[in-house]
Design a protein around this ligand. Structure first.
Ligand SMILES: [Zn+2]
Length: 167
């Protein structure tokens, strides 16, 4: 009896480890995205009628960034109108940090549907990184980036301030 229980536990552990990594092209289901979107709606005050189609794919992410001419080879995720792409090497449904990337991109979705006017693309990144950090904090994790870093990249006078949506 004890042996059976033990092997069941071991099997469970293997299943947990093996199941964490996403295949390229996996669609991230609504059960995962909806609670994150709910948090973003609450934080931004923007109601999102429809959730973006969310796909874990390094290949799609890289080609989308290349099409936009964005030099962001290390980007983990991106928002395109109505669509979120996250690297499948980064995506892990059990990781708070991986989920925080979806929170960041969902903020960009909220920004688009809100039709709010931002002074520049970099200002959109400020909101997205601030809320990503806030979400991590609420879930007991360290911030992704420092406030100083956010202040630096989100200045509209910064030469690096692009349209911001590819981040
Ligand atoms: Zn961004």
């Amino acid at each position: 009896m004890h042996i059976l229980k033990y092997s069941a536990a071991v099997l469970g552990l293997i299943a947990l480890c093996g199941g964490a990594r996403a295949e390229d092209g996996d669609i991230i289901d609504a059960a995962t995205v909806t609670p994150l979107a709910g948090w973003v709606e609450h934080a931004t005050g923007v109601h999102m009628q429809a959730l973006p189609r969310t796909i874990a794919s390094t290949e799609k992410l890289q080609s989308a960034l290349a099409m936009e001419g964005v030099q962001k080879a290390r980007a983990a995720a991106a928002y395109l109108p109505g669509r979120i792409l996250i690297s499948n090497a980064v995506w892990d449904p059990d990781s708070i940090r991986a989920q925080s990337y979806l929170v960041h991109e969902l903020v960009h979705h909220a920004q688009l549907v809100s039709r709010r006017v931002y002074p520049c693309g970099a200002a959109k990144e400020r909101e997205a990184y601030m809320l990503q950090n806030e979400w991590l904090k609420q879930h007991g994790e360290e911030p992704l980036v420092t406030q100083e870093w956010i202040d630096n990249i989100s200045s509209c006078s910064n030469a690096n301030s692009g349209d911001g949506d590819g981040d």
